[in-house]
Each structure stands twice: as C-alpha cells, then as structure tokens.
Write a protein that binds this ligand. Sequence first.
Ligand SMILES: NC(=O)c1ccc[n+]([C@@H]2O[C@H](COP(=O)([O-])OP(=O)(O)OC[C@H]3O[C@@H](n4cnc5c(N)ncnc54)[C@H](OP(=O)(O)O)[C@@H]3O)[C@@H](O)[C@H]2O)c1
Length: 276
Amino acid sequence: MVKIALTGGDGMVGSRIIELLQDKIQFIPILQKHMDITDKNKVASVLNSIDFDIFLHLAAFTNVDAAENNKKTANGVNVLGTQNIFEIVTHKKKKMIYISTGFVFDGNNPPYSEKSIPRPISIYGETKYQGEQLLNNEAMIIRFDYPYRNEFKLKKDFVRGIITALTEGKKLSMVTDSLITPTFVDDIAFGLKYLIDHYSPEVFHLVGQNSVSPFEAGTSIAKIAKLDSSLISGISYEQYFKGRAKRPQFAHIISIKNKFIKMKSFEEGLQILYHN
Ligand SMILES: NC(=O)c1ccc[n+]([C@@H]2O[C@H](COP(=O)([O-])OP(=O)(O)OC[C@H]3O[C@@H](n4cnc5c(N)ncnc54)[C@H](OP(=O)(O)O)[C@@H]3O)[C@@H](O)[C@H]2O)c1
C-alpha cells in the first residue's frame, strides 16, 4: 500500500480524502498541533522521523479575506511553510503533491486550463502561487475551485453556508456577473487517487464539469434543498466585493489533461448530496 504523509488532514478537503481513500492508501496525517509548518526545525525533525512515499501538502492559510490584512501570516504558512516541507521532501528524494487553487488566476480571461498563466489578484492567491513556483516543476500541483462535500462540522463549504443562511430565513445577495467552478470533493479524492498511481510532477486541474454564477449556484441549492429562493437577490461583482479581497471574476476553470475521471456538474453533485 502506498504511504502518504499529509498536512491539512483534518481540514475540509483533507478529511474527506482520508475518509474515501483510507482502504487503498496508508495515510499518515500530520496535524498542526504536532507540526506547525512555519517552524522549519520542527518540519525537519518530524519529516525526518517518518517514512512515506508521497507527501501531500494540503495545509494552508485559507481565509481569503483575512489574508489581505495578515499578509505576513499568509506568506508564512502558504509560502515559507511549503518551502520548509519541500526542502525536506526533496532531500529525502520523495515525491510531493501540492494542493493549489483557481484563485491563482485573475478571472479576466476565461477559461483557465493547466496551460493558462496565473496572475493572482489577492494575497491568498499570490501566496498560493508563490508556493507553486518554489516547487520548481519538481512536484505535482493540483488545483481545484470552490470545493463542496457532505456535511463537515468544523468548516462550512459555500454550499453549506448558503443552506444554513436560507434555513435561518436570512436574505442573501449573490453575484450575477461572475463565474465559479464548484467541485465535488469526492471527485477530487478519486481523481487524486488516479494521479497518485500515475504520478508526474506537472500541474493538473480537478474541477467540476461546469461553471455557474454564484446567483445561479444559490438558486440551484435552494431548489434542491427545498428552501426559499426568493430570499436570494442579485448583486454585481463590483458591489459585492467592495472593500474585500478580490476573487477572480470569471473563474471558469477547465482541464485539458483530465481524461481519467469524469467530474460531476454542480447539479449532479447537489443531487448526490441531497437525494442519497
Ligand atoms: N476551501 C476552498 O475553497 C479551496 C479552494 C481551492 C483550493 N483549496 C486548497 O485546498 C487545500 C485545503 O483547503 P481546505 O478548505 O480543506 O482547508 P481548511 O479546512 O481551511 O484547513 C486548513 C488546514 O491547514 C492546517 N494549517 C493551517 N495553518 C497551518 C500551519 N501553520 N501548520 C500546519 N497546518 C496548518 C489547518 O490546521 P488546523 O485545523 O489545526 O487549523 C487545517 O488542517 C488548501 O491548500 C487550499 O488552498 C481550497
């Protein structure tokens, strides 16, 4: 069985990957309380004390808005933390997979494939892209966009956030002139399994089959969860993100390399979550 050490194994995406693949992969989760990735000496001592075939690096400073005012911390975790891990993994002559994001793109020139040139427009996107660059084409990079999954108590994904708000009868303003590419986390896990078995140090996108506006996403969610879609009103991208971290406006992310797993459309993913 392949042995995979990983950071972020208790996060929203990592915990589901472990749940779905633990019969096929031996996971060695390394939690923040045992190894803060910004602590170079700690990273060296922990990684040198364990044996693994591949290091899967999921941990990140993921709060996009908070990153704008905490540039040093975001940089410490997403850039220096990645550097600390990469150095030891390379020294041990092991493989590395770095999880990245569609937020490395500017959103002005869709669609974005593995061949598109990143141009981040937020601190979060910038630090994740610097994390990609320091790997120097010697690690696999997997990007996805707007992951959603079955219920995860510790952190709400965007689908869960909308459901909670609508269930509480809250009014929501959702952007009409923008695109996101929602990605079902189970598809990420099974795509990742294929990529682990066919490892190559390149960039891959594991993204949902279609892109939708946040407003369309909200109304689809309300419909499937039988909630009141009249609580959702439209708002422009400019208005919504005024004073906040910029998100890529047209994050229509595609893959020209994924011939190995059929990623679900947003509607298909929601059907599985709400009718199974
Ligand atoms: N969520 C999204 O919308 C999205 C979209 C595209 C790509 N991604 C990428 O997918 C990956 C996983 O995202 P996620 O949403 O699952 O993340 P998450 O739920 O926010 O979890 C982040 C993980 O990173 C760990 N972490 C943070 N700082 C750390 C540090 N200094 N040392 C060690 N561990 C640290 C956290 O540990 P604690 O639990 O102890 O805090 C947690 O396990 C990230 O690389 C992210 O950039 C996410």
